[in-house]
Design a protein around this ligand. Structure first.
Ligand code: FAD
Length: 288
């Protein structure tokens, strides 16, 4: 690995000052499970690395009744185990539980997963399905934007070289809501999603008032299947409507073929996993 200058700021402000000095030559380090292999394989050669482990604000995990606040450095393992998350944000907890192995999950952070911006990132679809917002700090202060605007391409996000992702705000889905995240991998563990789907449903008097479906690994960025969502909203949820929504989810899927699965197989999985996740989300919303 090439030598670099390592910095350990204690606050978001200190981190921003360091980024302002040498933003483009700098990489932020959270758990390092994506970054370290990239450094070791010489894919990146930063002159400076900023270790975020001393920035307390990034470790926040709390709920104020209306929303969940998850600091960018909260780990997949914390999301998997926290009752705050498992009780009301099951899709997010389930996605955290699928990342790598326990050893990886103890290091892998939510912010790292989102900022690495792999199309297969497991923790992205639940945040899209839960209408989460990202809080990004930069030289001009903080900005909030919906997760639907966060990803701009393969391994590209809206976070600039002089900015950092601070936290995610996830609104409480409210009563009679349910959600889940499911992915298909060729191997049971330590593999990345060939397709991942998160679904979230809210009901009132047996009618679907809100539906969200988000897909991973079928386009350059994680995407919402909005036509499928609209087909459910305002209607009672039935197996036929779920099957129709699964067909419509295909409209946003533009998968590639690679060694892990053909485009046709991925399209097939979009239908199967959308149907499965909507069925589970509906069952959970009914039980709630
Ligand atoms: C064996 C193994 C298995 C894996 N399995 C999975 C899996 O099943 N599913 C999956 O989705 N991923 C998987 N991954 C990938 C990786 O573990 C996750 O993407 C993880 O969440 C990355 O988080 P991190 O904290 O390690 O990020 P890091 O490696 O520290 O950072 C990743 C990128 O994000 C940037 N970054 C980090 N924090 C911030 C911030 N706050 N603001 C701005 N930029 C930031 C870094 O500069 C870097 O570019 C696996 C990796 C390994 C090595």
């Amino acid at each position: 690995m090439r030598r670099f200058d390592l910095q350990l700021p204690g606050s978001v402000d200190d981190c921003l000052k360091l980024l302002a000095e040498r933003g483009r030559e700098t990489k932020l380090l959270a758990g390092g499970t994506d970054l370290l292999p990239q450094l070791k394989n010489h894919l990146l050669k930063p002159a400076r690395v900023i270790d975020l482990s001393g920035v307390a604000r990034l470790q926040t995990l709390d709920a104020n009744g209306r929303s969940l606040r998850v600091g960018a450095a909260v780990t997949a393992r914390e999301l998997e185990r926290s009752p705050l998350v498992t009780q009301h944000y099951a899709a997010l907890a389930e996605s955290g539980a699928l990342v790598g192995s326990v050893q990886v999950r103890n290091l892998a952070t939510l912010g790292g997963n989102l900022c690495n911006a792999a199309p297969s990132a497991d923790m992205a679809p639940p945040l899209l399905a839960l209408d989460a917002e990202a809080v990004i700090a930069g030289p001009k202060g903080e900005r909030r934007l919906p997760m639907t605007s966060f990803f701009v391409g393969v391994r590209q996000t809206v976070v600039g070289p002089d900015e950092l992702l601070v936290e995610l705000l996830v609104p409480d889905p409210g009563p009679h809501s349910g959600g889940t995240y499911v992915r298909h991998t060729p191997r049971r563990e330590l593999d990345i999603a060939v397709v991942g789907v998160a679904s979230q449903i809210t009901l009132a008097n047996g009618v679907c008032t809100k539906a969200r479906i988000a897909l991973a690994a079928v386009a350059p960025t994680p995407v919402r299947a909005t036509a499928a969502e609209r087909s459910l909203e305002g209607q009672p949820v039935t197996p036929e409507r779920i099957a129709r929504a699964a067909d419509l989810a295909l409209e946003v899927a533009k998968p590639i073929s690679d060694q892990r699965g053909s485009a046709d197989f991925r399209r097939h999985l979009v239908k199967v996993l959308t149907r499965r996740t909507l069925t589970t989300a509906f069952a959970r919303a009914t039980r709630d």
